[in-house]
Design a protein around this ligand. Sequence first.
Ligand code: ATP
Ligand code: LTN
Length: 329
Amino acid sequence: MARVFSGIQPTGDMHLGNYLGAVRQWVADQDTHDAIYCVVDLHAITSPYDPAELAEQTRRTATILLAAGLDPDRCTLFVQSHVPAHTELTWILNCVATVGELRRMTQFKEKGRGQESVSAGLFDYPVLMAADILAYDTDRVPVGDDQRQHLELARDIALRFNHRFGKTLVVPEAAIPPFGARVMDLQHPTAKMSKSANSPQGTIALLDDPGVITKRLTSAVTDSESDIRFDPEQKPGVANLLQILAAATGKAIPDVERDHAGKGYGALKAATAEAVVEFLRPLRARYEELEADPGRVTALLTLGADKAEAIATKVITRVRDAVGLLPRA
Ligand code: ATP
Ligand code: LTN
């Protein structure tokens, strides 16, 4: 079976964008791929954060992933910092990646903008991400649209490595969903919905109360026209609601567009709110069950780290050998 690998940062509560852009695909891929998923805590410390909250947020993110449908019997779920191969491979890949290509990363430019000091870790973030992927001989990486450039870099690093040291690394492909890959902020529909940026008004966290979800969706920003059509360029707010409604009801966008043609924005928002509340109801219930038994999640993550480490250790041994490091006798 082909292997998929993907990761999510424990930077805050998972939202609808994470789910529709990435995690929905992760759940589906468990049946068709050898699937490995990772809570990337080492990525989360590249931007300012609260150390007192990181461990809890990491556990919480893993718990939400399980509630969303990851099944530890059918996939490997673990915490990045539990497997040291990620940081070890990062160093070696740092010597293959160039400062010039890292400087071109738009996420670095965006996250660094306006900060008085930016960590070297934030600059190196894409190399750690490449190491995550390449440490598992990954074929396919399901991510949202914002990660396209990072994936391209991981491929370039793998190709350059293989060219320089002989065929060692598997060159991965990005898997970006045809819709849902870019869920927009409800208040600022030209910016992506995000855990760490913007105000919470524009975001729907997967665990939000039904009342909060309804309020956020019914006060979503649209435009001053009144026609309902899917046009992300001209009508980003309406297009965003249509894609969310389609995803939550399992319908195609043209179908929801047709269902709502001629109706007002109020009706579209109300229908979207109702669909999202219903869609997330079982996830909330499963989360509460898992939350009641934190020892179980901890045990699952330990098992996941063991499985992941067994794979990564083989790859890192191959890499050490390829770059000419003296083997430890
Ligand atoms: P942060 O705001 O801390 O950067 P984030 O909300 O962007 O976090 P990540 O942990 O960086 O979330 O991303 C996890 C996955 O979710 C990635 O595959 C990413 O592409 C996807 N993703 C994030 N935001 C969106 C969005 N608004 N629409 C679709 N996919 C998204
Ligand atoms: N940078 C990614 C998270 C991430 C990731 C990965 C995704 C870290 N390592 C490996 C796929 C594969 C993001 O979503 N911001």
